[in-house]
Design a binder for this molecule. Structure first.
Ligand code: ZN
Length: 101
């Protein structure tokens, strides 16, 4: 039987408080940094169109000396293949979960 591996971000909405805490601890960068990345991308994409690379995400990671390899692997695993996908596939779900808690 095939095992369909769900993206972490898809199970986020079903997590309870303890699970969310473990999720946050397992992230490749601090929660505030990742939220900073989402804000940065949304701001950039208001005036720029996505060229389907992660150029703005890279810029943010460099400016904030984040673990580039780990963070971009995490983003891709969750469907964030480029700047606009990071916003539409990850940031929106993320905010629904964390903004209400
Ligand atoms: Zn894009």
């Amino acid at each position: 039987m095939a095992i369909i591996k769900k993206r972490e971000i898809d199970v986020l909405a079903q997590m309870n408080g303890d699970e969310l805490e473990r999720f946050v601890e397992s992230l490749p960068a601090g929660k505030d940094k990742i939220e900073g990345l989402f804000d940065f991308l949304e701001m950039k994409l208001e005036t720029n169109t996505c060229d389907h690379t992660s150029r703005f995400a890279m810029q943010f990671m460099m400016q904030n000396t984040l673990n580039f390899a780990k963070l971009s692997a995490w983003l891709s695993r969750n469907g964030g293949y480029c700047d606009c996908k990071i916003v539409s596939e990850i940031a929106e779900i993320w905010r629904e979960v964390f903004d209400e808690s």
